[in-house]
Design a protein around this ligand. Structure first.
Ligand code: PLP
Length: 438
C-alpha cells in the first residue's frame, strides 16, 4: 500500500492521462502486458538505458519493451536509418533490398533456417508457422505446452495461464484462455507438460496420426526464461521426427541468447522457427521460416497453396532497423551481455539469501526471472507456486526506486548494460524491491 501511495504521489500526470485515456480506450491503452495497477506510467521518451515518463521520472529499463530493445532505446544508428528510410518512403507494395539483406543475415546465422518470411508481429509468425505445418502434413491438431505463450491468435490461446485447479494430473486438459472461444478448440489443441519428456512423449504418440506440429520454446519466457532440459529437448526432437510432426521452436524471445538463437545454444534443430522482438530494431515485426520444402508452400511461383498477405509485411522501416541490430550482434557482443546476465543472476541469488527471502532466480544468457517460492522452478506448475503479491510488491518497489522490470518479475539486459546497471538493479532490490517482500 505504501509503495502504491508513493507511486501515485510521483505520477500525477500519468494518473490524469490514464483517466482521460480510459474514456476512449478500454483500460486506457492498447497494451495488455504492459498494464499494471493502479495505472501504467505514460512514457514521454526513452534513450539508452532509460525510459522517461510524462512526470519527468526516469527509469532504468530492464523491461525494454518485452526484451525487444537489445541495443537500448533510440540507438543513434537505428535512429539514423529510420530517418533516412522515412525520407525515402515508409511502406511500399514491392519488396526492398533491405528485406533480402535481413533475410540472408537470419538464414546464415540460424541453423534451421533455409528460408524465411516477415510479418508484423510474433503472433502472426506463430499463426503462419502453424498454418504451414498443417498444410504440409495434411493433419490438423497442434500441441503446445501448458503455460506457453505464443501470441494472441486463437489456436495458441489455450492453457496459457491455466489455474492450478484446471491442470489435470497428466496435463492433458486444454483450457480455452478467453470467454467465447469455440469449445471445439480444445479438440484441436493438445497440451503437454514442459520438461516432462515421458508424459509429453506418451501424449504425442497417442495423437501422432492427427498432430501437425508441436510448438514450444527452448527457453520458456513465461516461466522466467527457464530452459528446457537437454534430454527433454532432444526427446521432443526425436519423437516429432519419428512421427512426421513439424517441430516449431518459438524464438520470438529466445533468439537473443546467441547468434543462432536458443536452437544453436542448446544444439537442437527444429523444422520451423518463429521470430519477433529484436529482429525489427524496435519496429513492429515477426517472422517464421525453416525447411525449404515447408516454406515452398508459400511461394507464389510454385503455385502457392498457402497465401500470406499483409499490407505492412517486411515494412522497409522495420527491415532497415532490424538490419542494424543484426549487424551489431556479433559473437563477442553476446559473450559480454550473457556474462553480465550470469553475474546478475548470481548477485540476485546472493541478495535473496542474505535477506532470507524464499526466492528462485531463473534465466539464460541475458534474461532473468524471479519467483517468490522455495520450490525449484522446473515447469509451469512449479512457477505457479510463486507468490503473486510478492511479485507485485517487487515490481512497484523497484518502480519507486526508478527501475523497470516486467510485471511478472522478469527482465532482460541489453548491449549497453554494464556492471553499473547490474549493481543498480541489485541495490534497487535491496532498497525498494525488498520492502514489500521481506
Ligand atoms: N511468442 C513469444 C514467445 C512471445 O513472447 C511473444 C510476445 O511476447 C509472442 C510470441 C507474440 O509476439 P507479438 O507480441 O509480437 O505478437
Amino acid at each position: 500500500e505504501a509503495e502504491i501511495q508513493q507511486f501515485v504521489a510521483s505520477t500525477p500526470k500519468s494518473k490524469s492521462l490514464q483517466d482521460e485515456a480510459a474514456q476512449y480506450l478500454p483500460g486506457g491503452s492498447s497494451r495488455g502486458t504492459a498494464y499494471f495497477a493502479p495505472y501504467p506510467t505514460f512514457v514521454d521518451h526513452a534513450k539508452g538505458h532509460y525510459v522517461y515518463d510524462v512526470d519527468g521520472n526516469r527509469y532504468l529499463d530492464f523491461m525494454i519493451n518485452a526484451t525487444t530493445h537489445i541495443m537500448g532505446h533510440a540507438h543513434p544508428e537505428i535512429v539514423e536509418v529510420l530517418q533516412e528510410q522515412a525520407e525515402r518512403g515508409n511502406s511500399f507494395s514491392g519488396p526492398t533490398e533491405a528485406q533480402v539483406r535481413l533475410a540472408k543475415n537470419l538464414c546464415e546465422r540460424v541453423p534451421s533456417l533455409e528460408t524465411v518470411r516477415f510479418t508484423n508481429s510474433g503472433t502472426e509468425g506463430t499463426m503462419m508457422a502453424i498454418r504451414g505445418a498443417r498444410a504440409f502434413t495434411g493433419k490438423h491438431k497442434i500441441a503446445k505446452f501448458e503455460g506457453g505463450y505464443h501470441g494472441s491468435h486463437e489456436y495458441v490461446s489455450v492453457s496459457v495461464r491455466p489455474a492450478a485447479e484446471d491442470l489435470g494430473p497428466d496435463a492433458t486438459i486444454p483450457v480455452p484462455e478467453h470467454p467465447g472461444q469455440p469449445p471445439s478448440i480444445t479438440e484441436d489443441v493438445i497440451t503437454l507438460p514442459y520438461n516432462d519428456l515421458a508424459t509429453s512423449e506418451r501424449i504425442i504418440r497417442e495423437h501422432g496420426d492427427e498432430l501437425a506440429c508441436v510448438i514450444m520454446e527452448v527457453v520458456s519466457s513465461s516461466f522466467g526464461y527457464l530452459e528446457g532440459d537437454e534430454d527433454f529437448l532432444r526427446g521432443m526432437r526425436a519423437v516429432t521426427e519419428e512421427l512426421g510432426i513439424v517441430l516449431i521452436f518459438d524464438e520470438v524471445q529466445s533468439f537473443r541468447v546467441s547468434p543462432g538463437g536458443a536452437q544453436e545454444m542448446f544444439g537442437v534443430i527444429p523444422d520451423m522457427t518463429t521470430f519477433g522482438k529484436i529482429i525489427g530494431g524496435g519496429m513492429p515485426v515477426g517472422a517464421w521460416g525453416g525447411r525449404r520444402d515447408i516454406m515452398a508452400l508459400f511461394d507464389p511461383s510454385e503455385g502457392a497453396p498457402l497465401a500470406h498477405a499483409g499490407t505492412f509485411n517486411a515494412n522497409p522501416m522495420t527491415m532497415v532497423a532490424g538490419e542494424v541490430v543484426m549487424n551489431h550482434l556479433t559473437p563477442d557482443v553476446y559473450e559480454r551481455m550473457n556474462a553480465l546476465g550470469e553475474t546478475l543472476r548470481a548477485k540476485l541469488r546472493a541478495v535473496f539469501d542474505e535477506l532470507e527471502v524464499p526466492a528462485q532466480v531463473t534465466g539464460v544468457a541475458s534474461l532473468f526471472g524471479i519467483h517468490f517460492t522455495d520450490k525449484e522452478i522446473v515447469d509451469y506448475r512449479s512457477a505457479l507456486s510463486s507468490d503473486g503479491d510478492m511479485t507485485k510488491a517487487l515490481f512497484t518497489g523497484l518502480l519507486n526506486e526508478g527501475i523497470l522490470i516486467q510485471t511478472g518479475g522478469a527482465g532482460a539486459l541489453n548491449t549497453l548494460t554494464t556492471d553499473e546497471e547490474v549493481d543498480a538493479l541489485v541495490d534497487g532490490y535491496k532498497a525498494g524491491g525488498a520492502r514489500g517482500v521481506r
